[in-house]
Design a protein around this ligand. Structure first.
Ligand code: C5P
Length: 302
């Protein structure tokens, strides 16, 4: 069985508060994008789950989210069959694009079919939430959705099903640790750390100029280029401060004259909304040719 597993960006990510379980309540807006990994599933004669991956940075053992997804369904359904899972990675790892979560969601959905388990999307999403906060978004097979709670409570936005945005993604050649970014955000909020470049207010304490409702309303009216202040990410100032490579990419995109620029998730991918496929492709080509410390992709909503 061959499956495709897509990436996401967050067009909006506001941290509401820190929870007793150390996670953070969010209000976020997910967009599924065309960058994707390929996964091949093959049944094994024994009951082992084996992972093979083209990217040496991906762990192959029990910490791999695909392994955990397969094990969860194997245990739940008392299936005796094992699996070979071969992942061809195109989605950069540790980049705020949800690659690992997407792969896990793809495994849950695929095994639900392959093993005829008959689990509903809501049930699969609840199982996915045990693996990671972004997994449920990918279960619902939707181009756009609002995420609340840890990001795992998904509100579908069917009226946006035909909306298509184009982007350039610029991914620094570093891995950003999501727990590290959230911890530093906590420290910033309690005033124990200088988190920002001098002279800038900490956005964790200021309200964003936008909210998810305004973004949805703009997209519904096919108004696809926003005022720059509409895109917002509470974590962006934290990551830009900790990883100068990410800050330099954001500055680079600004210098290219782009207006709708934002970091995705906890970073370090920085993306921009581009008016057309042609312009996005030309920009990606230009950035690749320049050969800076990044990878560049032209992508669309999918
Ligand atoms: O849920 P997931 O495993 O993707 O989260 C990775 C880490 O990111 C968590 O261990 C936590 O430190 C942080 N996180 C958070 N609040 C969220 C989502 C993630 O603090 N809503």
């Amino acid at each position: 069985m061959v499956i495709h597993s897509f990436a996401k960006v967050n067009l909006f990510l506001e941290i509401i508060n820190k929870r007793p379980d150390n996670y953070h309540n969010l209000n976020t807006f997910f967009e599924r994008i065309s960058l994707r990994d390929k996964i091949i599933l093959k049944t094994r004669r024994d009951n082992l789950i084996k992972i093979y991956c083209s990217d040496p940075h991906v762990p192959l053992g029990k910490s791999n989210l695909c392994w955990q997804a397969a094990k969860l369904l194997q245990d739940k359904s008392k299936i005796k069959k094992g699996l070979d899972i071969k992942i061809t990675k195109h989605i950069p790892v540790g980049a705020g694009l949800g690659g690992g979560s997407s792969n896990a969601a793809s495994i849950l959905s695929a095994l639900n079919k392959l093993w005829r388990l008959g689990l509903s999307k809501n049930r699969l999403a609840a199982l996915g939430a045990q693996l990671g906060s972004d997994v449920p978004f990918f279960i619902y097979d939707t181009p756009f959705a609002q995420g609340q709670g840890r990001g795992e409570k998904i509100h579908l936005l069917k009226k946006l099903n035909r909306v298509k945005l184009w982007h350039i993604l610029v991914v620094p050649k570093i891995h950003v640790s999501t727990p590290r970014i959230y911890k530093r955000w906590d420290a910033c909020l309690s005033g124990r750390q200088a988190c920002l470049p001098a002279g800038r207010a900490f956005s964790g304490l200021t309200k964003p100029a936008s909210n998810v409702k305004i973004i949805i309303s703009k997209l519904t009216k096919k108004n696809l280029l926003f005022e720059p202040s509409l895109l917002f990410n509470s974590l962006e100032p934290v990551t830009l401060k900790l990883y100068p490579e990410v800050r330099r990419i954001k500055e680079k995109l600004k210098r290219l004259g782009l207006k709708n620029i934002l970091m995705s998730g906890s970073g370090g991918t920085v993306f921009a909304i581009i008016p057309s496929a042609e312009e996005a492709a030309a920009l990606a080509k230009r950035l690749k040719k320049e050969g800076g410390p990044w990878r560049a992709f032209a992508v669309s909503t999918v």
